[in-house]
Write a protein that binds this ligand. Structure first.
Ligand code: ADP
Ligand code: ZN
Length: 440
């Protein structure tokens, strides 16, 4: 058990008994399904096709009878086809890039913005924030949910917000230092880059900065990356999870126990399913995460398939919250690479690279097909020290990393150690994979 002091924003909900929670979830689910059936033609058609009527959904156990929604549905009914409220009640639009064609958008009513702000206020509080804190928001403020989510949560806490948005690293650090920011919100890849830059500028985080914690999410990262960020910036680094379709960041958040992300289950129901059969899987098993919103009124989502792979647990957490936790996202079913028939997640390779001496965790995976066989090249940057080292030492490190990747992932790869700073940095979500197989 940890000796930490745990702050909880809404103890009545965050520490509710599981039985009471399930009762509330069942009631909210029934009301949401009724609303969806009455107001959104697609939901009505899908439920009719599945032979399910709103009155069949009375408790949490009935969830499994409902049809799934997919990201393609958001594209097909873009922009307003899934609204369950009149357009005049929508007060905000957010969207995500989407990889092809049109972005996907979600409409928020005043209620939805309030619910989301509460989820982010819980998130920041779990990382130790109070109204006394100064929160630097380095997630982009725009259509992307990251920036607004963090801003709203900090605002609800009554903290002081610095809405920097993304970009201009030197200036971020100057503001962080001058204003004495105590909480940082950004992607983990950018946090690690900020940390490196802080060190390069000769700034000692302990003496010159006031940062104490960070809420980092929006992309997959590893335990090794957490340790690196914590060391570089001398802070607690907490994982946070969210997606535009469900709300934005804050759907789930880590407390300072850092043992998985508590899900805001009074607002969303989480399930893990087998991605091929759609069957529900028990807690503890890896599978695809599915969310059903139960308080959203603008664009509620029924059994939305996230394509993110993780596990769930409802085991007791030392912080006192009873909300179930999701484990780290190990990958997405759609960014899982299949290389020579083997499933490979970029996060597996990252865990090897972050643990290896002589390289910095800036990397790019290049997948190609040569003579009908898949190839994987792992480009990773050397540290400055390593760059000036002897050729034989560099070669030894290269061999070591190649062997580690083979043992962790199970396939051979070509590892290339590239010059420091030669892999492009990202200010938002990092791009880690170039798959050239479809270009041939
Ligand atoms: P996009 O689909 O364009 O990336 P979103 O900003 O809505 O748009 O991103 C949501 C996705 O980001 C999630 O489905 C998940 O794959 C990823 N994500 C968000 N937070 C985390 C996290 N803490 N760990 C891993 N992946 C995350
Ligand atoms: Zn906890």
């Amino acid at each position: 058990m940890s000796q930490r002091e745990h702050r909880i924003f809404n103890p009545a909900m965050e520490c509710i008994s599981r039985d009471e929670l399930h009762k509330i979830q069942g009631e909210r689910l029934a009301a949401t399904v009724k609303r969806e059936y009455e107001n959104v033609p697609v939901y009505r058609e899908r439920m009719d096709a599945a032979g399910v009527k709103p009155e069949d959904i009375r408790s949490l156990e009935d969830l499994k009878y409902l049809p799934f929604m997919e990201k393609t549905d958001l594209r097909d009914y873009y922009p307003f086809g899934l609204l369950a409220s009149p357009k005049k009640d929508i007060v905000r639009i957010h969207g995500s890039s989407g990889t092809t064609g049109k972005p996907i958008v979600s409409g928020y009513t005043r209620n939805d913005v309030d619910v989301w702000s509460e989820m982010m206020a819980r998130t920041l509080t779990a990382a130790g924030a109070t109204s006394e804190d100064i929160v630097q928001v380095t997630y982009g403020l725009g259509l992307f949910t990251g920036g607004f989510g963090a801003y709203q949560g900090a605002d609800k806490l009554g903290a002081m917000v610095i809405p920097m948005s993304s970009g201009n690293t030197q200036r971020q650090i100057m503001m962080m230092k001058d204003l004495g920011a105590t909480i940082l919100c950004c992607t983990p890849s950018y946090a690690s880059y900020l940390g490196e830059t802080v060190r390069e500028m000769g700034i000692d985080p302990k003496k010159d900065l006031k940062l104490k914690a960070g809420c980092f999410g929006a992309e997959p990262w590893t335990e090794e990356m957490r340790q690196r960020i914590e060391q570089l910036l001398e802070i607690d680094a907490c994982d946070i999870y969210g997606l535009t379709e469900i709300a934005g960041p804050g759907v789930a958040f880590e407390c300072l126990e850092k043992n998985g992300m508590h899900i805001n289950e009074d607002h969303v129901i989480a399930e893990i399913i087998d991605p091929t059969t759609g069957e529900q899987l028990p807690y503890g098993r890896h599978g695809e995460l599915v969310f059903t919103t139960i308080t959203k009124t603008g664009m509620p989502m029924m059994r939305y398939r996230t394509h993110d792979i993780c596990t769930l647990t409802a085991d007791k957490c030392a912080c006192g919250r009873t909300l179930a936790r999701m484990g780290r996202i190990v990958g997405r079913t759609d960014d899982m690479l299949v290389i020579r028939g083997v499933n490979v997640f970029p996060s597996q390779i990252e865990s090897v690279l972050v643990g290896a001496d002589g390289v910095a965790p800036h990397y790019m995976l290049i997948v190609d097909r040569v003579n009908s066989s898949d190839t994987l090249e792992v480009q990773v940057e050397m540290t400055e020290d390593m760059f000036g080292d002897t050729v034989s030492h560099i070669e030894n490190v290269r061999k070591y990393i190649t062997a580690q990747i083979k043992s962790v992932v199970g396939i051979a790869s070509k590892v290339s150690l590239v010059a420091p700073k030669s892999i492009p940095r990202s200010e938002g979500k990092a791009k880690r994979v170039i798959d050239k197989r479809n270009l041939h």
